[in-house]
Design a protein around this ligand. Structure first.
Ligand code: SF4
Length: 467
């Protein structure tokens, strides 16, 4: 657990959920990679707990089928997903790698009523041959797209050893102090033990390009989001209004137009909100996003990064890499000591963590010390403690999309507070708030852990009395 690469935190994938879409998708791919396909004539997928209760709204059903077809979430043409799923439903056949088998959506994809004792997000794949079951694998989707193959513990690879193993914030500060360096410098040393600098920069560029594409497409797409809740996309209208008719062609000219627009507080606030909305509107429509640390919370990191790139004084030339390194390491601390799964810890584990990541990373780029970075992360999480996950209709739309704007703005506020503070006088440190978040996660009623059985998810009036 002390050897997570930041590229395992930031993953390019497809929305709307990292734990309910990307994780199950990758679990299905793992299953077919080890399967004796020649012998297979039928496959069953069993979804338990939160995967069953919110799986339809989170597209878990579609994700496992795309995974069984061995399609790659990084490269799939997302505009073709509904067509592929429609063909499986209509044709009652599923194309495994190299072989088509019969598949009945209503019988072979099973939403189990029960919770599975192993994890709130458990899924089981079974394959059958002429003479009965030939393979069964159990996976837990533990948040952020991480998959734990429960049936394969004996086969686990030897753990990777990093030069600077970090479990808690205090470990990170030990290295920054002894090396007189920033948090991102420590992370770079660890990442260089896994890949060379050119490979690292290539991965960073891909992540940034995907985030920017997502913001740009989301800021130029109108209409109603899928799922039946009738949620309107808003990012596009905000972008258009803020640019007052300025014309541009393509991403770079759009960014230049934003840079030249007004910089008063309200305008900047609206741009940051626009970026976060754009990403999560794309996420809600199965668009391509970067898991950061989850898909439901994927808008916070790009929104705060764009806030820095467009509205702050230019800082280091490797700002994007430093931002993602620092943000990623803060996420690792939450993964190791608490959770980034809403099914385990509610929305504090998603939006709370993404806000803490963004706060710490922004603080480093704005010249804060490592202590101030961790203080900013602590402040951001402190004010998300107890945040519940209660998505209406099991869709990652309400409250999720707006919640990313709140996470981004809290991150900016937390960074500014930390930059104006003496971190040595902080009453609560990051490690304490991580422990507290974990305690709160365990005390939280299961209704508020991505089940859509409580809160906003059940109190929605059928007709809006305000209209
Ligand atoms: S409420 Fe929060 S944790 Fe739950 S699905 Fe929405 S963004 Fe994710």
């Amino acid at each position: 657990m002390d050897s997570i690469s930041i590229f395992e935190i930031f993953k390019i994938g497809v929305g709307p959920s990292s734990s309910h879409t990307l994780g199950p998708w990758n679990a299905a791919r793992m299953f077919v990679h080890d399967l004796d396909i020649a012998q297979t004539i039928r496959v069953e997928v069993h979804l338990y707990g939160s995967l069953s209760r919110t799986g339809k709204g989170h597209a878990t059903d579609k994700a496992v089928l795309l995974g069984l077809m061995d399609l790659d979430p990084v490269t799939i043409d997302t505009s073709k997903i509904d067509e592929i799923i429609g063909k499986i439903q209509d044709g009652k056949a599923l194309q495994l790698p190299g072989k088509a088998i019969d598949f009945d959506f209503n019988k072979d994809l099973i939403f189990e009523n029960a919770m599975h004792p192993l994890h709130p997000n458990t899924l089981i794949f079974r394959a059958f041959g002429e003479n009965g079951m030939i393979d069964e694998e159990t996976y837990a989707s533990t948040g952020g797209g991480f998959i734990h193959a429960l049936a394969k513990d004996g086969d686990l690879k030897k753990p990777r050893i990093l030069p600077h193993p970090i479990v808690e914030g205090i470990d990170l500060l030990k290295y920054t102090r002894s090396n007189q360096c920033s948090i991102s410098d420590v992370v770079l040393k660890n990442e260089l033990s896994i890949a060379d600098e050119a490979q690292i920069d290539e991965q960073i560029q891909k992540l940034y390009d995907t985030m920017l594409d997502c913001i740009y497409i989301g800021s130029h797409t109108e209409g109603i989001l899928p799922g039946g809740l009738n949620v309107s996309r808003r990012a596009s209208a905000i972008s258009k209004k803020l640019l007052h008719g300025v014309s541009y062609s393509g991403k770079e000219e759009w960014l230049a137009a934003i840079r030249s627009s007004a910089r008063d507080f309200t305008t900047v606030n609206k741009w940051v909100s626009c970026f976060a909305l754009a990403v999560n509107e794309q996420n809600a429509s199965m668009g391509r996003v970067v898991t950061s640390p989850t898909n439901g919370a994927a808008g916070v990191i790009p929104a705060v990064l764009m806030y820095y790139l467009l509205f702050c004084e230019a800082g280091p030339t490797d700002a994007i890499r430093r931002f993602l390194f620092t943000a990623g390491e803060i996420a690792c601390i939450f993964v190791k000591n608490a959770t980034i799964s809403a099914a385990v810890g509610g929305c504090q584990a998603e939006i709370g963590v993404s806000s803490a990541m963004a706060a710490g990373a922004l603080t480093e780029l704005l010249g804060g010390s490592p202590e101030q970075c961790l203080m900013a992360a602590e402040i951001a999480m402190e004010h998300h403690l107890g945040l519940t996950c209660d998505p209406i209709k099991g869709l990652v739309q309400v409250p999720c999309i707006e919640r990313n704007t709140m996470g981004a703005m809290k991150a900016i506020t937390a960074a500014n507070l930390a930059l104006e503070s003496d971190a040595s006088r902080a009453i609560v440190n990051l490690d304490t708030v991580v422990k507290t978040m974990w305690e709160v996660a365990q005390d939280m009623n299961h209704k508020y852990k991505e089940t859509s059985e409580g809160g906003l998810a059940i109190l929605l009036p059928v007709v809006n009395p305000y209209c």
